[in-house]
Design a binder for this molecule. Structure first.
Ligand code: UFG
Length: 342
């Protein structure tokens, strides 16, 4: 039996492209929309190559309500996964209005059109950033949210609230917010992966670019934190595992297994890994030496956070499967692929 169709906004981006692959693998049809502001058609081509499916792509900005409405008129999807958003924490501090306008308008437009066209299911990309610096580890979905420390983080909290209030008010609308921990790695085919523009702000792209000789030296931001080796701790989740969590969320809504119309799930491995551990693991698994130095702390960094993913394990039937070694090998394979290295 043919499964239903899913609209993936931001489907040319890092997580969106991997999720599209997993949706197709699970038998769904997909329509991608993306304004290509921070993404590339190469990702869509990679997805088409991996799946062998000529997935429809519409270049549209979700903030353009009229343009976006045409997509709803043209395609019969009943679920939406909304990735399209600006995502650089530092940039959001410099450009707060752009972040609020883009991230909130596009999300409200999605919900507006879903109501107008009677499309019931939405998955929203949230982030563990909503927990701030948690008092207790690991964090569960019940761990209180902390006031956001950046406009970016604030848009994640506000969109969660918009979703909660919308599903409460509008009969027939169901929503799941997935709170991602730190997504890393690439598809095992090395045909899609992360494509940061300019100098990478995130750890793993900086590591792979350093290993490829594009960056001279990785700065490890701080080794004097109150952690076992002094560097910060995160929960690094493989992007393919993360993509599969979206498929599980869509399935749950379609099969009507929700306990309520609005649900939240942590999507992480449950394991905390320090920056220095990650660096050494990367060196070991890829058999290379990374040029790195200890640098001062980066302003605004959380000391440590990792997930309790029990709820996603039991309710979504989803679990992170790939090992850190597999993930770090895939990140390096991808970097070599885009640089034309052997
Ligand atoms: N780090 C370095 N050197 C670098 C880059 C990062 O040491 O060049 C360290 C950071 O200090 C931090 C860890 O690596 O301790 C992870 O940093 P990332 O920038 O990769 O990720 P963050 O945890 O800071 O941020 C990520 C997402 C955000 C999201 C946040 C939620 O990028 O979008 O998780 O906590 F908001």
């Amino acid at each position: 039996m043919k499964k239903s169709c899913v609209l993936v906004s931001g489907g040319a981006g890092y997580i969106g492209s991997h999720t599209t692959v997993e949706l197709i693998n699970a038998g769904y049809d997909v329509v991608i929309v993306d304004n290509l502001s921070n993404s590339d058609m190469k990702a869509v081509e990679g997805v088409r190559q991996i799946t062998g499916v000529d997935i429809p792509f519409v270049k549209v900005d979700c903030c353009d309500l009229e343009g976006f409405r045409k997509v709803f008129e043209q395609y019969q999807f009943d679920s939406v996964i909304h990735f399209a958003a600006s995502k650089a924490v530092g940039e959001s501090v410099q450009k707060p209005l752009e972040y609020y306008r883009n991230n909130l308008t596009s999300f409200m437009n999605v919900i507006t059109l879903m109501r107008e066209f009677g499309r019931p299911n939405i998955v929203f990309s949230s982030s563990c950033t909503v927990y701030g610096e948690p008092e207790k580890q690991p964090v569960t979905e019940q761990t209180p949210r902390k006031p956001a420390t950046s406009p970016y983080g604030n848009t994640k909290q506000m969109c969660e609230d918009i979703l909660r209030d919308s599903v409460t008010a509008y009969a027939g609308l169901k929503g799941i917010a997935l709170r991602y921990f730190n997504p890393i790695g690439a598809h095992p085919s090395a045909l899609i992966g992360e494509l940061p523009r300019g100098v990478p702000q995130n750890l793993v792209p900086y590591i792979t670019q350093t290993a490829a000789g594009i960056r001279e030296c990785l700065s490890v931001f701080g080794d004097d934190y109150p952690t076992p080796d002094g560097s910060c701790i995160r929960d690094y989740i493989d992007v393919v595992d993360l993509a599969k969590a979206h498929v599980a969320a869509i399935r749950r809504m379609i099969e009507d297994k929700n306990k309520s119309s609005y649900e939240i799930f942590n999507i992480g491995t449950g394991r905390g890994v320090s920056v220095l551990e990650l660096v050494h693991e990367f060196e070991k698994v890829n058999q290379l030496k990374l040029n790195y130095k200890i640098a001062p702390r980066r302003e605004g960094d959380i000391i440590a956070i990792w997930a309790d993913p029990t709820l996603a394990n039991t309710e979504l039937g989803w679990k992170a499967e790939r090992t850190l070694d597999q993930t770090l090998a895939s990140a390096w394979a991808w970097e070599k692929h885009i640089r034309g290295m052997k």
